[in-house]
Design a protein around this ligand. Structure first.
Ligand code: AMP
Ligand code: FE
Ligand code: FE
Ligand code: ZN
Length: 273
């Protein structure tokens, strides 16, 4: 058995629908898959349904935008497939995050208009942005409206920090993210520590109740993964891994390119319940 525990759908910044991600898992021989959209679980029910038809186990997941002191950290939440994740305080966070992201998106569009670009908020909505809106949706709308030539140009000229249409994002404190995930009986895992400043894991997250770290990730090389695997072992926490597939063609982060198996996967599934 192998599992890819990190993927995105068009409910956040991915390209594919939940059904398409599950079909891709089936085509690529990934029997266990987690969908971990940014700050939303709206894609989970459809993915589970599709998984039942194709014989793929879909683990309900989420990637929460959090902060540890000044630094943005992403906390993955994984839940048992018993529907309990749909209840409680944790869902309140997701609902509020959706609203805040929508308002942020409107602000970005207004700033773009002030910068002279011809784009309306309806252009962003028209492109089928569903759950969790972000800068990629604005970038796609700018591209579709012919206001820029490439997707990246949106970030380089307008959407990155310090650029004219930059609007900062809401982040929940890591401690709160972990608490809310635990409240929904989930496991809280630090996503891609290799993307953090100095590739360093804030050890204080362990005191906050972190259950594990994402040891294997598309953007971790083998040296980094070995280091994280050792670290997780020393601290007796879970080691997970996943591709972080967003469905982009030609991307290294293709579904199933990063997986876990064997004892790491068994431990994870046992703790998941
Ligand atoms: P947001 O959560 O709205 O701030 O958007 C973050 C997402 O935007 C990331 O997950 C990436 O998918 C995308 N992104 C961020 N920076 C860039 C960039 N410089 N070029 C292309 N995509 C980017
Ligand atoms: Fe993303
Ligand atoms: Fe992330
Ligand atoms: Zn991700």
């Amino acid at each position: 058995m192998t599992a890819d525990l990190h993927s995105h759908t068009h409910y956040s910044d991915g390209i594919l629908s939940p059904e398409e991600v599950v079909r891709l898992a089936s085509e690529r021989g990934v029997p266990i898959l987690s969908i971990t959209d940014h700050d939303t679980m709206e894609g989970i029910p459809a993915a589970i349904e599709a998984g039942k038809k194709l014989g793929i186990r879909v683990i309900p997941g989420v990637e929460l935008t959090a902060h540890f002191h000044e630094q943005e950290v992403h906390i993955l939440g994984y839940f048992a497939d018993d529907g309990r994740w749909k209840e409680g305080e944790f869902q309140k966070l997701l609902r509020s995050s959706k609203k805040v992201r929508l308002e942020r998106c409107k602000k970005m569009v207004i700033r773009l208009q002030e910068a002279g670009l011809k784009i309306g908020f309806e252009d962003v909505m028209k492109l089928g942005a569903k759950g969790s809106l972000g800068r990629p949706h604005v970038a796609r709308a700018l591209l579709a409206a012919g206001q820029i030539q490439t997707f990246d140009e949106a970030f380089i000229r307008f959407l990155s920090r310090g650029k004219p249409a930059w609007v900062d994002k809401a982040r929940v404190a890591s401690e709160e993210a972990i608490r809310l995930i635990h409240g929904a009986r989930g496991l809280a895992i630090l996503a891609h520590p290799g993307l953090l400043k100095g590739e360093r894991i804030p050890a204080e997250l362990l005191d906050q109740g972190l259950d594990g770290i994402e040891v294997y990730h598309t953007r971790h090389d083998s040296r980094l993964s070995s280091r994280y695997l050792r670290w997780a072992g020393e601290h007796h926490i879970l080691s997970t891994g996943g591709s972080d597939c967003h469905g982009n063609a030609g991307d290294d982060a293709t579904l199933g390119n990063t997986r876990i198996e064997g004892p790491l996967l068994e431990n994870f599934l046992r703790r998941l319940g």
